[in-house]
Design a protein around this ligand. Structure first.
Ligand code: SOE
Length: 413
């Protein structure tokens, strides 16, 4: 049996004295708590998830810098004002160029559609701002490379919001895999299934629906959904070295909101790919927006020589665990409810047994980022631009493999 290394815990500290039965922290900012003044660009679904994280972090995590929503930025002034009032943003901007140039902004949180990530990030870097960027990093690896080069040259702290790895059960899976107790890894499989684009009446373009417009999104399910699966997979199981793939666009034309006319749809509606990891394990990944009945079914499973782990977003606080080491007549899958004080992040919240949700993953991601500002040498648990570039390279390779119908080697970030 493989020798177990000790299980790592998240790098951020609980705001409470004990990790096992949390009481709500009273870490009101003291005079010595420096603010991290964040400017949020974009105020849609992701803007809300991030604004919520910015507000919640100091209540539950002890970090040296207290994030505050210094400004929110969007083109539609009444909507931005409404968002600012709801989320207590201190000010508004309607031009992101003004926001990134402001002296009272320390970090910019980019929550805009994918085609603007690079331009905004490069402007932030020019103005010396830290960056928190929504996933995927960019439209493609080429853009991602420019972002990595610039941010690393400027030595600015940066994060990409691949949020699912910060859920307690997913984080526990990482800790268990890192301990070596799974033994040699043979298989990894992941799905991300949705059904929201089956109607032919849906246009491409506009709020939320920009995800159907390849010019804005870069790709379809590959960059939007499989990118999440790839981030988690690379985090838990290491680098992906080669892929072979197929994609399909089921609805070939949709009205474009910009022109009012039917235009070809260029995104991948569905994608399935095979992969080889550097550690020798084999993987199957599948994603679609045409799996009737599934809204956001993200699942993964990893099979090792001694143990297996499985996780399902619809039951997000549980990690399924199979241990071949127990006597054969007691062997079976067990379901770990990751809500106890010694489960990652759980001790920062409520008493054991009370679950967390989707929104907490963003709080934890931000807490990790702030923890790294306090102690830049501590091991990182969040994806930075370079990690996200690695994920982008896998996405690019998947799309190329689907196009060429050949196995494609994945570049190393
Ligand atoms: C698409 O429907 C979407 O909102 C993605 O853009 C998110 O990244 C994913 O977490 C949920 O689904």
């Amino acid at each position: 049996m493989a020798k177990s290394k000790s299980v790592k815990t998240p790098t951020v500290k609980a705001a409470t004295a004990t990790n096992s039965a949390a009481t709500i922290s009273t870490t009101a900012p003291t005079a010595s708590t420096r603010e991290l003044r964040i400017g949020l660009v974009g105020y849609g679904f992701m803007g809300r998830a991030h604004a919520n994280a910015i507000r919640q972090v100091p209540h539950f995590f002890k970090t040296g810098r207290k994030p505050v929503l210094q400004a929110v930025c969007g083109r539609d002034e009444p909507k931005v004002r409404e968002f600012a009032a709801r989320w207590d943003a201190r000010s508004i901007e309607t031009d992101w160029r003004k926001l990134v140039a402001r002296e009272d902004i320390d970090a910019v949180d980019i929550c805009t559609p994918n085609d603007s990530h690079m331009e905004i990030a490069l402007a932030c870097i020019k103005h010396g701002k830290m960056i928190l960027c929504e996933k995927p990093l960019a439209l493609n690896g080429k853009q991602g490379e420019a972002m990595v080069k610039a941010v690393e040259k400027a030595k600015l702290p940066n994060l990409v919001w691949y949020n699912y790895r910060f859920l307690p059960a997913v984080s526990l899976a990482k800790n268990i895999a890192d301990s070596g107790e799974l033994g040699k890894i043979f298989h990894y499989r992941a799905n991300f299934l949705q059904d929201w684009t089956i109607s032919t009446d849906l246009p491409q373009g506009g709020t939320g629906l920009w995800r159907l417009d390849a010019k804005v999104a870069g790709s379809g399910v590959t960059g939007d959904l499989l990118a999440h699966c790839i981030d988690t997979a690379r985090w838990i199981n290491g680098d992906i070295v080669a892929v072979s793939a197929m994609t399909e666009t089921f609805i070939k034309e949709r009205v474009h909101t910009a022109t009012g006319k039917k235009q070809p749809v260029k995104i991948d509606d569905a994608c399935a790919f095979l992969a080889r990891f550097a550690n020798g394990s084999l993987a199957v990944f599948e994603s679609t927006r045409y799996a009737r009945g599934h809204k956001a079914l993200y699942t993964f499973e990893i099979n090792g020589e001694h143990k297996s782990l499985a996780w399902d977003l619809h039951d997000l606080n549980r990690l399924s665990y199979f241990d071949h080491g127990v006597p054969s007549d007691r062997r079976g899958w067990s379901s770990i409810h990751c809500t106890d004080g010694d489960h990652p992040y759980a001790g920062n919240w409520w008493v054991p047994g009370l679950g967390l949700g989707y929104e907490h993953s963003f709080v934890h991601g931000l807490a990790e980022f702030l923890g790294a500002l306090d102690d830049p040498k501590a091991p990182r648990r969040f994806p930075d631009f370079r990690h996200a570039l690695g994920t982008q390279y896998v996405c690019d390779a998947v799309l190329e493999a689907a196009r060429t119908q050949k196995w494609v080697k994945v570049r190393t970030a």
